[in-house]
Design a protein around this ligand. Structure first.
Ligand SMILES: C[S@@+](CC[C@H](N)C(=O)[O-])C[C@H]1O[C@@H](n2cnc3c(N)ncnc32)[C@H](O)[C@@H]1O
Length: 313
């Protein structure tokens, strides 16, 4: 009980300190102090406490009104599409969506801080990485390739890919969000290689993609929402969609990232974080020798990438 009281006292102290720094227009200091101290305070707490007591304390503090002027935080908190991390929010992280002209000075300054956070940079790195993987997969195959993008969002990787027509034979993208798919159609309909499936991942889970084979299968920003059982099942089925020699790439936000507590409190954005061991465990149904399962991290150490290459024979 005393411990709980102490941690509430300490939390209020941190919120007050951050508020004070922002009042003095010390935006970087106010943001980094909040993120790092929230992380420190919540590391050993049960998830249920973070999602209730800690979140309530944060949102009741005057600091919440300040941070909710920041467009990424506000979008995640309000969840206009019913969940955090929709493709519109991701566009903010990519720097492709401008903040509203009516934004306050404080909101704009905090937006600058959030946009440069490690996790935001990791999301930008991810989209460029996928574009470069498409290029290298087509180079390796020495021909135009077939690709399956699961939970494709706005398919922004296509914008970062040079001369897509010479690299892609078929690009099948699946997303449950009709508005995302409309945006993809509006931007990329001139590409004859594009096939859009307006479906949730149940389409995959119900084996509706059976018999289709791809050189590259990837899914960015999805597995962090899937529980282990569904994630494993997806991996097993998607592996079946690889051509011999094909590659599957699955990123997942890493356990222990410092932005986690800020996201879970002020943004009400909960992800399922995983590390390398967790990713290997998800692969159990594939029955692959461990050396066939490759793992790497981005330079920001925010996302772990699972890479599986299907043997040629
Ligand atoms: C974080 S966004 C990532 C979008 C895109 N892949 C990217 O990296 O920019 C997550 C996407 O997953 C989609 N999504 C979430 N759950 C899904 C499900 N069960 N079935 C299909 N799509 C889903 C959402 O509609 C959204 O477009």
């Amino acid at each position: 009980m005393t411990n709980r009281k102490n941690s509430t006292l300490r939390l209020n102290e941190v919120l007050d300190q951050s508020y004070h720094l922002l009042q003095q227009e010390m935006f970087k200091e106010g943001y980094t102090h909040l993120v790092s101290q929230l992380d420190k305070l919540t590391r050993d707490l049960p998830q249920s406490t973070i999602d209730t007591t800690i979140r309530e304390e944060c949102l009741q503090h005057p600091l919440a009104k300040v941070f909710l002027q920041e467009p990424i935080t506000k979008h995640s908190y309000q969840k206009p599409r019913g969940y955090s991390g929709d493709a519109v929010l991701i566009d903010y992280l990519y720097g492709l969506k401008a903040y509203p002209a009516s934004i306050s000075y404080v909101g704009r300054e905090l937006h600058h801080q959030l946009s440069n956070a490690g996790s935001s940079r990791a999301v930008r790195w991810r989209v460029h990485h996928i574009a470069s993987l498409i290029s290298s997969a087509s180079e390796k195959a020495n021909q135009k390739i077939d690709i399956f993008s699961v939970a494709s969002g706005h398919l922004r990787e296509l914008a970062y890919l040079e001369d897509a027509e010479s690299k892609i034979n078929r690009l099948v993208c699946l997303d449950q969000d009709d508005q995302c798919n409309e945006e993809v159609r509006a931007n990329y309909n001139h590409h004859a290689f594009l096939e859009i499936i307006d479906q949730s991942i149940n389409h995959v889970l119900k084996r509706k993609m059976e018999g289709q084979a791809f050189n590259l299968v990837y899914s960015t920003g999805l597995f962090d929402y899937l529980n282990d059982k569904v994630a494993s099942r997806m991996l097993e089925i998607l592996y079946g969609n690889l051509k011999p020699g094909g590659t599957m790439i699955i990123p997942n936000f890493l356990k222990g990232i410092p932005e986690k507590a800020y996201m879970e409190t002020f943004m009400k954005w909960n992800l399922i974080y995983r590390d390398e061991e967790d990713m290997v465990r998800l692969c159990a149904p594939l029955n692959l020798p461990v050396h066939k399962i490759k793992l790497y991290r981005d330079p920001m150490e925010r996302v772990v990438y699972l890479k599986i290459e299907k043997p040629r024979s």
